[in-house]
Design a protein around this ligand. Structure first.
Ligand SMILES: [Zn+2]
Length: 160
């Protein structure tokens, strides 16, 4: 946060009498954007014409949303805790490094277990990184759309 250190229009070298303005007060009211990645993705998926359901439990796991018609489960994974290749921690250091590594490893194992368990129900799983939704939510939604349409995309276990 660089609060008030620099403001638009203050690049004139000449300092004139400073006046407090209503506009300045308005600028201080920070616009917060607290939309969650999964909310954004759902919106884009819905806009692409797919219908989803929330809070559907599958094999003891709860995907962020599911497309029942396509038997597709969608998870939006936080970059840090799920170990995104770009934003996940490469290595923990310090006194608690082992604990953090263990926690991350446990998350990875649980993700993997969820993929397998859900696939065994005959559903497919798509995992979208949080950063994908932030970079281009429509492209991320497109991955879900493609997975919903194709039978071979997404994660599956060949158990039949
Ligand atoms: Zn990421």
């Amino acid at each position: 946060m660089g609060d008030g250190t620099r403001q638009a229009g203050s690049c004139r070298p000449q300092l004139r009498a400073w006046k407090s303005t209503a506009k300045g007060a308005h600028l201080r009211g920070r616009r917060t954007r607290d939309t969650k990645p999964e909310t954004e993705l759902r919106r884009a998926v819905h806009a692409a014409g797919l219908r989803f359901r929330l809070n559907r439990r599958l094999a003891g796991y709860t995907p962020d949303f599911v497309l029942p018609r396509h038997r597709l489960a969608v998870f939006v994974d936080g970059c840090f805790w799920h170990g995104c290749p770009v934003h996940g921690p490469q290595q923990f250091k310090g006194p608690n490094a082992d604990r953090w590594n263990a926690k991350l490893e446990a998350n990875r194992r649980r993700d993997e277990a969820a993929n397998i368990a859900i696939a065994r129900l005959g559903w497919r799983v798509v995992r979208v990184w949080e950063c994908e939704t932030r970079a281009d939510v429509d492209a991320a939604a497109q991955r879900v759309v493609v997975a919903a349409r194709g039978d071979d995309s997404g994660f599956s276990v060949g158990d039949d």
